[in-house]
Design a protein around this ligand. Structure first.
Ligand SMILES: Cc1ncc(COP(=O)(O)O)c(C=O)c1O
Length: 377
């Protein structure tokens, strides 16, 4: 890994506070400032020819994301948020019985149950697998998948508890029953290694402004390339056509991942996210994961010493990058910590999320402060 001091210098935010909030919004590197300036110059001297540079730049960024998750070039499309991409994906399917079930869990980000409940009006039947002690048991999840399952739509790492799902048995069960597997990897991509091809994941959705240190409104969807010819989203737009720049009426979808585009692409978020992706890829997700586990293990040790309840599973293979803690007054303590420049977040529990740019000393300082604040309640 590049020396930590050198890496930290790339992130101005780290000079202003103790930032352990990367599961909510990651720090963005200073390279993004040059992107903004260049974008402004392009707007200020506008010619339509700017698109000839922007479209390939967005495509190259998407290919960089594909490489990060083990996908081939041409398998990732970007858009403004995960919700819009999942909704679009949902419009690819017929929901006729007997294969009309969508299996999710009760640890999903609210977008997931919201969308699938919405698709019940088109015949989808949502099956919710319950968590135990903040995590989903893979065997129970697999038992809910059968020949009636159209799609399994689960998060790799939980936004609430940080629990990490072992995708391997789930992908195998999907293959055995003919179900498709869509993974919400927003809380794992960039902090936990993932290889979509090796796992046989059909769809993977995530975004850049958390662990990928990218711009806000920058999400993406990976689609297993073999599936592309059979998928035609109904929630679509002119850019998904086979020849969008003809501006003629079209019913033919682009042959590749372009069929998951919609209208005018979100250019700036993609451009802003490139510097973070490059930095991250340079460090490598394996090295990031090793550093993350060192930091989160230490957070758990300190939480035990302080008598906090640790909601995140203990075994390293069962947790992502965040540690969720519960104790009396945790919401108020989170607010006070943030006010004092010890930045973390609260979703039913206090969430601490170190990334590759955080040092172990910072983690200790944060836990000193947290312990002091919690004991003052
Ligand atoms: C696991 C997970 N999925 C989805 C989202 C939200 O995605 P978006 O706002 O891009 O629709 C989040 C954001 O916190 C998340 O943690």
């Amino acid at each position: 890994m590049r020396p930590l001091g050198e890496l930290r210098a790339e992130f101005p935010l780290l000079e202003t506070c103790t930032y352990l909030n990367s599961n909510s919004t990651g720090a963005i590197p200073r390279g993004a400032e040059a992107v903004l300036q260049r974008y402004w110059k392009t707007l200020a001297s506008w010619r339509d020819e700017a698109w000839a540079e922007w479209i390939p730049a967005v495509g190259a960024y998407a290919d960089g994301l594909a490489a990060l998750v083990g996908g081939r070039p041409g398998t990732v499309i970007t858009d403004s948020n995960l919700s819009v991409l999942l909704g679009r994906l949902a419009t690819c399917f017929e929901y006729g019985a007997p294969r009309n079930r969508v299996v999710i869990t009760d640890l999903e980000f609210p977008t997931v149950p919201f969308i699938w409940k919405g698709f019940e009006r088109y015949g989808a039947e949502t099956v919710i697998v319950r968590s135990e002690n903040g995590r989903i048991d893979e065997e129970r999840l697999c038992a809910a998948i059968d020949e009636r399952t159209l799609l399994v739509c689960v998060s790799h790492a939980s936004f609430a508890t940080g629990a990490l799902l072992d995708l391997r048995p789930v992908a195998e069960r999907c293959r055995a029953t003919g179900a498709l597997l869509a993974v919400d990897a927003y809380q794992s991509v960039g902090i936990v290694p993932i290889d979509v091809q090796e796992l046989g994941v059909d769809f993977l959705l995530a975004g850049a402004h958390k662990w990928l240190c990218g711009g806000i409104e920058s999400a993406f969807l990976y689609v297993r390339p073999e599936l592309l010819p059979s998928l035609s989203p109904a929630a679509t737009g002119w850019m998904a056509g086979a020849n969008p720049l003809s501006f003629g009426p079209t019913e033919d979808y682009a042959p590749g991942i372009g069929r998951f585009a919609s209208g005018t692409p979100a250019v700036l978020p993609a451009l802003l996210s490139r510097p973070g992706l490059d930095l991250l890829a340079g460090v490598g997700v394996d090295a990031i994961r090793a550093h993350s586990l060192r930091c989160t293990t230490r957070i758990m040790e300190r939480a035990d010493e302080a008598g906090f309840q640790v909601l995140t599973p203990r075994p390293p293979e069962q947790r992502g990058g965040v540690v969720a803690l519960r104790f009396a007054g945790d919401a108020a303590v989170t607010r006070r910590l943030v006010e004092r420049g010890f930045v973390c977040s609260y979703r039913g529990a206090l969430r601490v999320a170190p990334h590759f740019y955080n040092s172990l000393e910072e983690v200790e300082r944060f836990m000193d402060e947290l312990t002091r604040e919690a004991h003052d309640v």
